[in-house]
Design a protein around this ligand. Structure first.
Ligand SMILES: NC(=O)c1ccc[n+]([C@@H]2O[C@H](COP(=O)([O-])OP(=O)(O)OC[C@H]3O[C@@H](n4cnc5c(N)ncnc54)[C@H](OP(=O)(O)O)[C@@H]3O)[C@@H](O)[C@H]2O)c1
Length: 277
């Protein structure tokens, strides 16, 4: 598997998402994912599965140092002391002494960004995380956050799939030598049945999910974190490094962007970049 290198950190380009996977299934799926070859696991305090993710990390039988673990601080806890406490509590649940990446899960306009970013840096300085970053930050806010941070913000985790353009967010990330982590990379299943993706899949003897994931990780500085509770799908989603899309195929997928196909847009979320469908 290839990695994306940012700020001295190597992030496996294909990770395993765990949102809505809870309880025993979560522990089992994390272990299954590790045994299938995943080396990057994505969780968050708000997913209420950090305990089970921690159990899966142990059960998977892979060296801790070989695994890249991301968790996130929820937007209600962005005040500096609360953010540090939230990070400590996540580690306790995960039964880890550090994570590899700690993200601010969503921006919160009611909390000054400077204090949150400083607290995020302190968590890193304390060794509780190897790297820091954000999620759901529009490009201008990402610029601002990078300007406030001593350590590089190594990723902006945002919704990104063939139906949603993220050109401005990508440009902002690349301007700072950072990365974009694509969440909901399969558009939560909406891409299956797409005729363009199906024709490209047929040409390579792969499936539509593999084409979408390959399209993402074939872009510079892009990481993808698909979720599944189905072991065979977990294996299939990881099996995307044995073929390459042509420039023309990449462009045909870029052209699939459709206005109004953003799946995750809570009322309390930020104002998104204007060019994004
Ligand atoms: N930072 C944020 O605010 C944020 C927001 C949303 C998500 N995320 C992260 O991103 C991860 C992925 O996003 P997501 O869960 O929203 O959506 P997703 O990965 O795009 O889609 C998951 C859906 O696709 C299905 N699926 C997976 N692989 C498949 C395959 N090979 N063939 C057919 N169907 C397949 C899954 O079904 P089954 O599970 O039934 O197999 C599930 O219904 C999350 O788990 C989470 O870690 C972050």
């Amino acid at each position: 598997m290839h990695t994306v290198s940012v700020g001295g950190i190597d992030i496996p380009a294909l990770g395993f998402g765990t949102w809505q996977i809870t309880g025993r299934t979560c522990a089992d799926m994390v272990a299954t994912a590790l045994q299938a070859g995943y080396r990057h696991i994505d969780t968050a305090a708000i997913y209420e599965n950090e305990t089970e993710v921690g159990q899966g990390l142990k059960a998977g039988g892979v060296d801790r140092d070989a695994i890249f673990v991301t968790t996130k601080v929820w937007r209600d806890f962005l005040a500096p002391d609360q953010l540090e406490k939230a990070a400590e509590q996540s580690l306790k649940r995960l039964k880890l002494d550090h994570v590899d990446l700690l993200l601010i899960h969503w921006p919160n306009a009611d909390v000054p960004l400077k204090g949150s970013i400083e607290a995020l840096n302190r968590v890193r300085e304390r060794g509780l995380t190897r790297a820091i970053g954000v999620a759901n930050f529009p490009s201008a806010l990402f610029d601002e956050a990078q300007g406030l941070s001593l350590a590089p913000l190594v990723t902006n985790q945002v919704e990104y799939h063939p139906y949603l353009s993220q050109q401005r967010v990508l440009q902002a990330a690349r301007r700072h030598g950072s990365s974009v982590t694509a969440y909901s990379p399969l558009a939560r299943g909406k891409i299956f049945g797409d005729p363009v993706l199906e024709s490209i899949a047929k040409a390579h003897g792969v499936n539509v999910g593999q084409v979408a994931l390959r399209w993402l990780v074939q872009q510079p500085q892009v990481i993808a974190i698909p979720k599944t509770v189905t072991p065979a799908r977990a294996r299939s989603n990881l099996d995307i490094f044995g073929f390459q899309l042509t420039d023309d195929e990449m462009d045909r997928i870029f052209a699939l962007t459709r206005a109004g196909d953003r799946l995750v847009s809570p009322a309390w979320g930020p104002a998104w970049d204007k060019d994004e469908g």
